[in-house]
Ligand binder design. Structure first.
Ligand SMILES: Cc1cc2nc3c(=O)[nH]c(=O)nc-3n(C[C@H](O)[C@H](O)[C@H](O)COP(=O)(O)OP(=O)(O)OC[C@H]3O[C@@H](n4cnc5c(N)ncnc54)[C@H](O)[C@@H]3O)c2cc1C
Length: 355
């Protein structure tokens, strides 16, 4: 099933560094309702491709809700879409875009925030910081790691925000060229006095691994520790052209995944936006997202491929089997998090919540 996408005009391109461009979108009045982002969420864009028709890629919003809708794209070495965007996109062009989604977003904007960013991982982090400074009341500390000074994205903006909010915002820039890679001990030292904060971590895989390990060693509570992984989608959520192949993704065939799945229609009790609804005719061969859509429920999703976590929900009772999962960690699974687009029921009753 195709996702509702929107053609958005590009109103501006800002060269943040030699490698990172911010794309500012214009929001025509008739699509504004679909673009009400939460801080830290991402857009999925369709990059034209001679080879495949399009390549779908997720880009986090660097803007705060209420600001002009902006994503910031950093070139990936030999990457197709990021270089296409940085080389070709001009103000006045249009891009096909899916509405904002994602769960890398604060539950309480008044919390104190412990923000870790590496490289382009700063994008959702500055969105959260901007929003918290504007709407929240807590303290915000940012640990921002980069290769060297020229790689720092939003350097002036961070300095401006810190000068405007000296009592609330502290930004620590960590430059690999000067200080080397941050060690576990250094990351722990930064976080140690902030165990009551809400932590958000986004950056290259080794940076995230080191930071998460440091937080775990400090026994930082899992419920307040969030991470966003940047990866390219293999599938095509736009629906009208052939998907880009992703040879490395492990796909479990539905027939195999359905092994052990109950054969009876299943009872599903699901909470979304404060409303709990019960259905007693969930066909166990149909993924939860598709079942809810058939019922007219506007459940969240983006990639529909098990790659992005926009459709994540929390199991309260029962169990599901995911056909594919490229994004949730064992810890997420232990916490009951599942992907709606990939979930087939394995028990006669499933209760869950999107909250
Ligand atoms: C939730 C989320 C948020 C993200 N936020 C950001 C962000 O804020 N900023 C950011 O910079 N990145 C972000 N990313 C990463 C981003 O989505 C891409 O993974 C990144 O830009 C690299 O994509 P790429 O196409 O340049 O590189 P790759 O995916 O590495 O490109 C190579 C791929 O392109 C294919 N390819 C080559 N030529 C073609 C062609 N002609 N047509 C079609 N395909 C081709 C190749 O087969 C290969 O699979 C985010 C990712 C996620 C999941």
């Amino acid at each position: 099933m195709a996702t509702d996408s929107f053609l958005l005009p590009v109103s501006d391109i800002v060269k943040e560094t030699s490698e990172a461009h911010s794309i500012v979108f214009e929001l025509p009045d008739d699509v504004r309702h679909a673009f009400q982002p939460k801080p830290g969420q991402f857009l999925t864009v369709a990059v034209p491709s001679d080879r495949d028709g399009l390549a779908a890629r997720c880009y986090s919003l660097s803007s705060a809700p209420g600001d002009p809708l902006t994503v910031t794209v950093k070139r990936t070495v030999d990457g197709y879409a990021s270089n296409w965007i940085c080389d070709n996109l001009q103000p006045g062009d249009t891009l096909r875009v899916l509405p904002p989604s994602g769960i890398f977003t604060p539950a309480n904007i008044d919390a104190d925030f412990l923000l870790f960013a590496g490289g382009s991982g700063v994008t959702p982090i500055i969105s959260i910081a901007r929003t918290a400074l504007r709407e929240g009341t807590g303290r915000i500390v940012v640990f921002y790691a980069n290769r060297d000074e020229r790689s720092v994205i939003f350097a002036e903006e961070w300095a401006r925000l810190a000068a405007e909010h000296p009592d609330r915002l502290q930004v620590v820039h960590w430059l690999e060229s000067v200080q080397g890679l941050p060690t576990g001990e250094q990351l722990k030292a930064f976080a140690a006095d902030r165990l009551t904060y809400d932590a958000f971590v986004c950056g290259p895989a080794p940076f995230m691994k080191a930071t998460i390990a440091a937080l775990k060693e400090l026994e930082f509570p899992r419920a307040r520790r969030h991470q966003e992984k940047f990866a390219s989608l293999g599938g095509n959520p736009f629906g009208d052209v052939a998907p880009v192949e992703d040879a490395e993704a492990e796909v479990v065939e539905p027939a195999e995944a359905a092994d052990g799945v109950t054969k009876q229609p299943v009872t599903l009790e699901i909470e979304l936006d404060g409303t709990t609804t019960t259905y007693d005719d969930w066909d166990p061969g149909t993924p939860m997202l598709e079942f809810l859509e058939a019922k007219g429920v506007q459940a969240p999703y983006s990639c529909r491929e098990g790659e992005c976590s926009a459709c994540a929900f929390r199991l309260l009772e029962g169990e599901v089997k995911m056909v594919r999962n490229d994004v949730l960690e064992q810890e997420d699974l232990d916490d009951g998090i599942r992907l709606g687009c990939q979930s087939l029921p394995t028990t006669d009753t499933v209760r869950g919540t999107y909250s």
